[in-house]
Design a protein. Structure first.
Length: 96
C-alpha cells in the first residue's frame, strides 16, 4: 500500500510541488497501478515456451530498396541552391 509520506517523498525527490488533494489522488492512482501489476505477476508463465512468452517476432520494416533513381533530384536541388560548386552545394564555413 502506498502511503501519503511516500508520495510526498517522491515529489520532493522530483522537485515538484503537489497540494494535499493531489497527494490523495496520486496515492489512489498508485495503489491501483500496483494492484494491477500484482495481478499480472500472478499469471503462470512457467509452462510457456520462449516463443509463446514473447509472441511471434517479425520485422515490420520495409525492404531496403532505392525508391528513386540515382540523381533524380540533383539538378532540381542544385538549381534552388544560392551557391554551388559543380555538383555540390556551397555553404558558409562554420568550423575553423
Amino acid at each position: 500500500m502506498i502511503k501519503r509520506e511516500d508520495v510526498q517523498k517522491l515529489a520532493s525527490l522530483a522537485r515538484i510541488r503537489i497540494d494535499e488533494a493531489e497527494t490523495d489522488s496520486i496515492v489512489n492512482e498508485l495503489d491501483a497501478i500496483v494492484g494491477y501489476v500484482s495481478e499480472v505477476q500472478k499469471v503462470d508463465t512457467d509452462s510457456l515456451t520462449g516463443e509463446e512468452r514473447v509472441g511471434l517476432l517479425r520485422n515490420v520494416m520495409r525492404e531496403d530498396e532505392n525508391a528513386y533513381e540515382d540523381k533524380a533530384f540533383t539538378e532540381d536541388i542544385l538549381a534552388e541552391a544560392p551557391q554551388t560548386d559543380g555538383k555540390f552545394l556551397r555553404v558558409k564555413k562554420i568550423l575553423s
